[in-house]
Design a protein around this ligand. Structure first.
Ligand code: DGL
Length: 291
């Protein structure tokens, strides 16, 4: 049983909280860090329970509310549920529980794909939880169907574990991803929506294949739009994305604290590789009753 929580208004210097089942939300963090480089961030990765995409709605709901409760307790001034699967099953409840903190959720960027498609056929690559969830299906009903656009849904349960493992090349998952791209091309898909925050990490691989094989596919994701939404919600008018940030000079202390429910050295190394600036890496297993 959850009760609505409120706290005194966090100061402007309070951190922005991010949550994902694993490292996927770092793809959103990278956009935030670029657009809002002077903010401080706390990231929680539920690596003990990743992947979420094949879990039940009830489990995703429970894990997500527990993580949001923890970020709220850390005094975050805004929370990003940087996970499409978690947003699909718990965004509404999180907003109801914490009405005094803006909570931003992720939904696959289907709308811009529908607005841009020429072939009237787009594909959404996402987890099963996201493909079955209310948020995406609402966009299909409200935006894609009235525009007579076909939406092909696709999932591969191996993608998230492959990314969490650092995307080893020459892996069968990499080959089946290339095959999927060819298949989309044959179907006449001209926009591919990456509907999981883990997937932008393989966007450069897809774009290399698209150029090499001359596939007429544009790959879209939600990262930049989410960062703009956060900027808007915080009322930060001056975009800072044009600044080149020298972290060693301007941020002597790490501005990203990365907490994981299951931490090991290879995870730390992967996070450092993906983020490419100093990160404070910590272990934090949340108890069942955190929420
Ligand atoms: N990064 C996630 C998403 O956006 C979750 C992937 C998973 O844990 O299956 O859906």
């Amino acid at each position: 049983m959850f009760v609505v929580k409120t706290q005194s208004t966090p100061p402007l210097t309070a951190p922005i909280g991010l949550f994902d089942s694993g490292i996927g939300g770092l793809s959103v963090y990278l956009h935030l860090a670029q657009q809002l480089p002077h903010e401080h961030y706390i990231y929680y990765a539920d690596t003990q329970n990743v992947p979420y995409g094949t879990r039940s709605s009830e489990e995703i709901y429970r894990f997500t509310l527990r993580a949001v409760a923890w970020l709220y307790q850390q005094g975050c001034k805004l929370i990003v549920i940087a996970c499409n699967s978690a947003s699909a099953h718990a965004l509404e409840a999180a907003r109801e529980l914490y009405p005094d903190v803006p909570i931003v959720g992720l939904v696959p960027a289907l709308k811009p794909a529908v607005l841009a498609t020429q072939s009237k056929h787009v594909a959404v690559l996402a987890t099963q939880a996201t493909l079955n969830g209310k948020l995406l299906n609402q966009v299909i009903t409200d935006i894609a169907e009235p525009a007579n656009t076909v939406v092909t849904k696709c999932f591969d349960s191996q993608l998230v574990p492959w990314i969490e493992a650092g995307m080893p090349p020459h892996h069968e998952t990499a080959y089946s991803l290339s095959e999927k791209m060819r298949h989309f091309h044959q179907l006449g898909v001209d926009h591919l929506v990456l509907g999981c925050t883990h997937y932008p990490f393989f966007k450069p691989l897809l774009e290399t294949q698209i150029a090499r094989e001359q596939l007429n596919i544009t790959v879209v994701d939600s990262g930049a739009a989410i960062a703009s939404r956060v900027q808007q919600l915080l009322g930060i008018k001056q975009a800072t994305s044009t600044h080149t940030v020298d972290y060693s000079q301007q941020h002597p202390t790490p501005k990203l604290k990365f907490y994981a429910s299951q931490y090991d050295a290879s995870l730390g190394a992967l996070v450092q590789t993906l983020v490419q600036h100093p990160v404070e890496l910590l272990n934090e297993t949340l108890s069942q009753d955190t929420a």
